[in-house]
Design a protein around this ligand. Structure first.
Ligand code: DGJ
Length: 747
């Protein structure tokens, strides 16, 4: 049993024996937060954790109560979990306990992506019904506790059971009052080409947080916030994370009040949201995932990874080895012909690549980024025989074929815009802002989503396509929908996101065998919402290997390696101008879903051979790289060390791979001990280096051979003991250690 209710104390205890979450119902029916953290014994009540029975604000109780879903207007002056305007103009609400039910499994959310169970034994869900009696507004809070991961899914449904209209002005997915503010907030912020930069600052009194108002979750702030204790490291200490399964405007914030209570909230950004509920109507918030670990930040990440990899991602590609691909974007940009593409594909095949992806520029009359979005028919100047014929030629080589699309957009210079200028988002009578010479289609309108489904189904269904890269290259400005009456314009942004999800759902249902990859100028909409449809995403347009060490490490706080599209690109790198060695580039890209993004014709003979070896090697360890348990051993952000190290171990524990990155070469370097993690301490491992990648003789001599799991975890690898008179490896040196568990009967 994962959820217990104690009728005497009116406490609910949600626990999978590795994580506990307790809430109670106060005397006056208000749900209060009791506990969230390390597991407490099941089958007991915890009245002492909730020392001051909350009966209302009138008895001068200092308002130190910790609430589950605080309402506006009754004496709790902190940010509320929701606010609603009623037909009398008032906004005061006091939802009180009405009933509850506990069921096995996890119900879905209409129109929204969410985590799921494959059988009912995997989770239990508490539905807590609250009622604001004067208005008839009902709030149902959903809590799903998973058996196999320290994760709790939360969300809310609002139902207007009254007689008048209710306008929801804010509706959080989660609100959680933590009893103390002694946490550091870790967030992933950035911009185009420098997404997922980890920021780590102590909480301070007052209001703080991250948010998006761009219409997408955004490269500026990924929708996740992790709280860690000041002493929490990679492997030890407490951490609590919240991640929002949503792709639009959001807020994740923390308010530390005068009693040292830290209120954590996550949900749709109320600044750009309102929603009208006529009598009988309902509204569902997106889902927020709360994860907890006392095994440090790696422990927390692995909770998110496990859930997102196996119970958020879905479909044929969820557990399948992702193909090694060649994408033509950086190799050609818009300037390609069919013979050029076929030559690239032939080369790709020779290199061992499995999928060729034709990026932007194949449609309409698109020779640069100034035209044709919306005109989803082949550019006859480049592809005289069309997409289907090209796909046929490429698949005949023994490769799979993939195609880039950007469905949500329309270029002012396009047949679509000339025919349907009213489909582009904008306020009548006002100018529209162009970004990258394009406008956004109003995805909140059913007829537009229908049109896109029809046109894209034609293209995708009419050719032998195995992969779709769905891009989105601008933000939403001048938010306004012609399909909404003036008083409902506050619904625009959320309706846009629902339209995107609808199109994704329809296309992925219609083409269940196609691998979808999401993209938004790189990681501008890399979020759990899209992961539910597209099991991998293009993480960043920045393919520089050093930058990628930082970006991939940041993203790994929440997202599993299988979800990260990681490409080896040409040097000098197009984003930074840096020249990193080929093996350093590959060894960074290995820790995700590997691809190449260059013109193979530019490779020297030696590079060609090296790429072949990389691909052949990656395929032999693909499942471990993509689906293994990933750990950050040494962070590249630790600039003093100028070192980084990652590790991944296969789910069955039989093999592990350690990537060692010596970013800058140091003179007379001190020896570097690198303790590994997650091995079987009683087992022995055959340690080798991947020779084709380049390695340091001394590192190999000191570490290769049969080593105990305990030795590798306690003493670790011993690196950089190179003698002073041996050749120096130079900057950007990397090596890969392979650990294969020796079966007991071989010992
Ligand atoms: C932005 C993407 O991130 C790139 O990979 C590429 O697909 C371009 N868009 C194409 O316009």
């Amino acid at each position: 049993m994962l959820i217990q209710f104690d009728a005497k104390t009116r406490q609910f205890h949600l626990t999978n024996r590795a994580f506990s979450y307790i809430l109670g119902i106060a005397e006056n029916g208000v749900p209060v937060q009791v506990y969230c953290g390390a597991p407490l014994s099941a089958g007991r009540a915890y009245p002492l954790l909730d020392p001051i029975p909350f009966a209302g604000f009138s008895n001068n109780d200092k308002a130190i109560a910790r609430f589950e879903y605080p309402a506006y207007g009754s004496g709790d002056f902190r940010q509320s979990a929701f606010s609603a305007r009623f037909s009398d103009g008032g906004a005061v609400a006091e939802p009180r306990y009405q009933s509850h039910k506990i069921c096995r499994g996890k119900p879905g959310i209409p129109g929204l992506p969410a985590t799921y169970t494959e059988n009912e034994g995997e989770a239990e869900t508490l539905e807590l019904e609250l009622r604001d009696t004067p208005s008839g507004l009902t709030v149902i809070l959903y809590y799903t506790m998973f058996a196999g991961a320290n994760t709790l899914a939360r969300r809310a449904r609002f139902v207007n059971l009254g007689n008048g209209e209710v306008i929801l002005e804010s509706a959080m997915s989660l609100s959680l009052d933590l009893p103390d503010p002694r946490w550091n907030a870790v967030t992933l912020t950035g911009s185009w080409a420098r997404e997922f930069q980890r920021d780590d600052v102590p909480l301070r009194p007052g209001f703080q947080g991250i948010a998006s108002r761009r219409g997408v979750s955004g490269a500026q702030t990924n929708p996740a916030l992790v709280l860690r204790r000041s002493g929490t490291t990679g492997y030890s200490g407490e951490a609590l994370g919240v991640s929002l399964v949503y792709s639009g405007n959001f807020t994740i914030d923390v308010e530390v009040d005068q009693w040292d209570i830290a209120r954590l909230r996550a949900g749709i950004n109320p600044d750009t949201f309102s929603w009208s509920l006529e009598p009988g109507a309902s509204f569902d918030t997106p889902e927020a995932i709360l994860a907890w670990s006392d095994e440090g930040l790696n422990g927390l990440s692995s909770q998110f990874h496990r859930l997102y990899r196996s119970r958020l991602a879905r479909g044929a590609w969820r557990d399948a080895g992702r193909p090694v691909l060649l994408n033509n974007w950086e190799g050609t940009y818009f300037h390609f012909t069919e013979p050029k593409i076929l030559a690239m594909a032939r080369a790709a095949k020779d290199l061992g690549i499995e999928l060729f992806v034709l990026d932007d520029g194949w449609f309409g009359k698109r020779d640069d980024d100034r035209s044709s979005l919306g005109d989803w028919f082949p550019h006859r100047g480049k592809l005289p025989d069309g997409v289907a014929a090209l796909a046929r030629k490429i698949t005949a080589m023994g490769l799979k074929f993939g195609l880039w699309i950007e469905p949500e957009m329309v270029s002012p210079d396009s047949e679509l815009f000339r025919a349907r200028p009213d489909w582009a988002v904008g306020v009548p009578g006002r100018e529209r802002t162009e970004q990258r010479f394009q406008y956004v289609l109003d995805m909140g309108r059913r007829e537009i989503v229908d049109h896109l489904f029809e046109v894209l189904s034609g293209i995708i269904g009419g050719a032998d396509i195995s992969y779709i890269k769905w891009d989105m290259n601008r933000f939403l400005t001048e938010p306004y929908s012609l399909s909404l009456p003036p008083e409902r314009q506050g619904e625009f942004f959320h309706r846009y996101v629902l339209g995107v999800y609808d199109l994704y759902a329809r296309l992925t249902r219609a083409f269940p065998d196609i691998l979808f990859e999401s993209c938004s100028s790189g990681g501008g909409r890399f979020d759990p919402g899209l992961l539910a449809f597209a099991p991998q995403g293009w993480l960043s347009d920045d393919t520089d290997a050093l930058e990628r060490l930082i970006i991939q490490e940041g993203a790994s706080l929440i997202y599993p390696p299988s979800s990260m599209g990681c490409h080896v690109s040409a040097v000098p790198n197009h984003q930074t101008g840096r020249v990193a060695p080929l093996h350093f580039r590959a060894m960074t890209a290995f820790f995700g879903s590997l691809g190449y993004e260059l013109d193979p014709a530019t490779l020297t003979e030696a590079e060609w051979e090296a790429v072949k070896k990389q691909i052949a090697f990656y395929k032999t360890r693909r499942k471990t790289f993509q689906y293994g348990v990933f750990s950050r051993l040494v962070s590249p952000l630790d600039t003093d060390s100028r070192r980084a190290a990652w590790m991944v171990r296969s789910p069955d524990g039989d093999e592990a791979i350690v990537g060692v990155y010596k970013i800058l070469s140091n003179p007379n370097q001190k020896p570097w001990r690198l303790p590994l993690a997650g091995l079987d301490s009683a087992a022995e491992y055959a340690v080798t280096v991947w020779e084709a990648g380049g390695y340091d003789e001394t590192d190999a001599a000191l570490n290769c051979g049969t080593r105990g799991g305990d030795e590798l975890m306690r003493a670790g690898l011993l690196l950089e003991c190179t003698l002073r008179n041996t050749p120096k490896p130079g900057d950007f040196f990397s090596e890969l250690f392979l650990l294969d568990k020796i079966p007991l009967d071989e010992e």
